[in-house]
Design a protein around this ligand. Structure first.
Ligand SMILES: Cc1cc2nc3c(=O)[nH]c(=O)nc-3n(C[C@H](O)[C@H](O)[C@H](O)COP(=O)(O)OP(=O)(O)OC[C@H]3O[C@@H](n4cnc5c(N)ncnc54)[C@H](O)[C@@H]3O)c2cc1C
Length: 475
C-alpha cells in the first residue's frame, strides 16, 4: 500500500495526500466533523491531478470515494479503512460568466453560496438553494441531483446544469462542457454523472445555467383549514403568480409548533407569527421582475384565497428581516427538532393527494411501535416531496430503532407509487430500500451502466446499488 501512497505523493506534491492523524482529522460524514477512516485523503488541485489519482488507484485496484462539502445526508461519502477519499474542495475556481448565454463555468469544488454570490454580482441568479449552501458544492449537488427550496420554479440541479467535465474510474477524462440549451447530438453524457453519487465518474467542472435575478420577492406564511385547502391554495398560487411562484413549503402542525416555540423566536418579533392550532401552515414565495405589480397581485391572490375559505389567516413579510424570520421557521430544521430527542429523518416523494393519509397512517404505526414517539412532517409540497421525522421517545437501541423507523416510513411508499428518496439520494443508508422504488429491470440497467464504466468497481464501491446482486437473474 505504501507504494500507492508514495506514487500519489509524487504525483500531487507536498500537502496533497493526508494520512494517519491528518486523515482522521477530516470529517467522517455530515454529522461527524472528524474521524475519517480512509487510508488517505487526497486533495488534487486540477482535473489533470484528479485524472492522475484515479489512474494510479485504478492500476492498483484501489477503491476511491469522492467527497466535497460533506453535507450529504445518506452516507454517500462514507470511506472504509482501506479506501482513498478524494476531496474536490480545491477545485473551487469560478472561471467565467457569460451574460449573453446566461451561463457560468465553475470548478466542482465551488460552494453553492459562492456561485450564487458571483451570479448575483452580475445581476443573475443561480437558482439552486438549500440550507447547506455555505458548504455544499457544485460537484456534490450534481452528484446528488440536489433539490431544495425553489424546485417548483427552476427545477432540480439536473435542470441547472448544461455541461459537465468528469473523470472515469480508470482516469479517462470526459469533457462534455456544453453551454447550449439545445444540443441533440446523441447521448447526453452529463446525465451519467448527475444523481449517480460519484459511482460512474468524478465531476471536476461544470457549465451552470443562470436565470435573471428577481427584482422583488413576496413572501407570506399562511394557516390553512385542511389538506384540500392547501392543494387548492397551491393551484391558486400557480395560476395567479404569473409564473413567479418559487416556493411552496408545507408544514404539518407539529413541525410548526416546534419551529415557533418561544425559545427559537428572535427577540422583538411577534411569536409565533400565526397562532398554533391550525391543521396546516404554508410558507409561500413569489420571485418576480415587477416589484409593484407583483406586490398587488400577491396581496390580491391572498385575499381571494381567504375569501374562498382556503386560508384561515396569513402574514406577509414587509421587509427582508421579516422575510428571513419567516424562512427561519422552515430552514433551521435541526435546531427546531432538537426537543424531539432521538429521531431519524427521511426524505420521500409521493403523489400529493396521498400525503395526508400517508402521514396519518405513519403516525399510527409509529405510535404503536413507540408510545412516546412522534411523526413530524414538512416539505416541498408542490414537488411531491415530504421530509418526515420519526422520533422514538427514549431509544432502546439507536441503530435498531433507525431500521425499524425506516421500515415504517418506506414500506407503504411502494403501493402509493412513491420514492424512498426525493432529493438526498441513496448512498449507503437507503440502499436496502432501493427495490421499493426501482424495479429489478431498472436496477439491472443501472448495474450494466456501472459495469461498463467501472468494471473493477473501484469508484465509490457499494454505494447506491449492489452491482453483482442487481445483475444476478435470480435477484
Ligand atoms: C442543513 C442541510 C440542508 C440540506 N438541504 C438540502 C435540500 O434542501 N435539498 C437537497 O437536495 N439536499 C439538501 N441537503 C443535502 C446536501 O447538502 C446535498 O446532498 C448536497 O448536494 C451535497 O453536496 P456536498 O458538496 O456536500 O457533497 P458530499 O456530501 O461531499 O457528497 C455527496 C455525494 O456526492 C458525491 N460527490 C461529491 N462530490 C463529487 C464530485 N465532484 N463528483 C462525483 N461525486 C461527488 C459523494 O461521493 C457523495 O456520494 C442538506 C444538507 C444539510 C446538512
Amino acid at each position: 500500500m505504501g507504494s500507492l501512497i508514495d506514487a500519489l505523493r509524487a504525483a500531487l506534491g507536498p500537502g496533497a495526500v493526508l494520512t494517519g492523524a491528518d486523515a482522521r482529522g477530516r470529517p467522517a460524514s455530515a454529522r461527524e466533523a472528524t474521524g475519517c477512516a480512509a487510508l488517505a485523503v487526497v486533495l488534487p488541485r486540477s482535473t489533470a491531478e484528479v485524472a492522475r489519482v484515479l489512474s494510479l488507484c485504478h492500476a492498483a485496484g484501489h477503491p476511491v470515494v469522492p467527497r466535497a462539502g460533506m453535507t450529504g445526508l445518506v452516507g454517500g461519502t462514507v470511506t472504509g479503512p482501506g479506501e482513498i477519499a478524494l476531496s474536490l474542495e480545491r477545485l473551487s475556481a469560478i472561471e467565467g460568466l457569460d451574460a449573453t448565454t446566461g451561463t457560468l463555468t465553475v470548478g466542482a469544488g465551488a460552494t453553492i453560496q459562492s456561485v450564487q454570490q458571483h451570479a448575483a454580482e452580475h445581476g443573475l441568479l443561480f437558482a439552486l438553494d438549500l440550507g447547506s449552501r455555505g458548504s455544499a458544492t457544485v460537484g456534490g449537488a450534481i452528484a446528488t441531483n440536489a433539490g431544495g427550496n425553489k424546485v417548483i420554479r427552476y427545477g432540480m440541479m439536473r435542470d441547472l446544469v448544461l455541461g459537465v467535465e468528469a473523470v472515469l474510474a480508470d482516469g479517462t477524462l470526459v469533457s462534455s462542457m456544453n453551454a447550449m440549451l439545445k444540443n441533440n447530438t446523441g447521448l447526453d453524457l452529463k446525465q451519467l454523472f448527475i444523481g449517480t453519487e460519484g459511482t460512474l465518474g468524478i465531476v471536476t467542472r461544470a457549465v451552470l445555467r443562470l436565470h435573471p435575478l428577481p427584482r422583488a420577492r413576496h413572501t407570506a406564511l399562511a394557516a390553512l383549514p385542511g389538506f384540500d385547502a392547501m392543494t387548492g391554495f397551491l393551484q391558486a398560487m400557480r395560476a395567479e403568480s404569473n409564473g413567479t411562484l418559487s416556493s411552496f413549503e408545507a408544514m404539518w402542525p407539529a413541525y410548526y409548533a416546534l419551529a415557533t416555540r418561544l425559545a427559537t423566536q428572535p427577540a422583538g418579533r411577534p411569536r409565533p407569527p400565526l397562532p398554533h392550532g391550525a391543521p396546516f401552515y404554508v410558507l409561500v414565495e413569489w420571485e418576480g421582475a415587477d416589484p409593484d405589480g407583483d406586490a398587488g397581485r400577491f396581496a390580491t391572490a391572498l385575499e381571494r384565497a381567504l375569501g374562498r375559505g382556503l386560508l384561515l389567516d396569513a402574514v406577509v413579510a414587509r421587509s427582508e428581516a421579516e422575510r428571513a424570520a419567516l424562512w427561519a421557521i422552515r430552514d433551521e430544521v435541526s435546531e427546531h427538532l432538537r426537543p424531539l430527542g432521538p429521531r431519524t429523518a427521511f426524505d420521500v416523494s409521493l403523489p400529493i393527494p396521498a400525503m395526508p393519509g400517508y402521514v396519518d397512517g405513519l403516525a399510527r404505526t409509529v405510535a404503536a411501535r413507540w408510545p412516546e414517539g412522534a411523526v413530524v412532517a414538512f416539505g416541498h409540497l408542490g414537488d411531491g416531496n415530504l421530509h418526515v421525522i420519526v422520533a422514538t421517545g427514549a431509544p432502546v437501541d439507536g441503530a435498531e430503532d433507525g431500521r425499524a423507523a425506516a421500515d415504517l416510513v418506506y414500506r407503504p411508499l411502494a403501493a402509493l407509487g412513491g420514492s424512498v428518496s426525493a432529493e438526498h439520494g441513496i448512498g449507503l443508508d437507503r440502499k436496502a430500500y432501493l427495490p421499493l422504488s426501482r424495479s429489478a429491470a431498472e436496477r439491472r440497467v443501472m448495474a450494466l451502466v456501472k459495469r461498463a464504466l467501472d468494471p473493477a468497481d473501484t469508484l465509490n464501491p457499494g454505494k447506491v446499488l449492489d452491482t453483482a446482486a442487481a445483475l444476478d437473474p435470480a435477484s
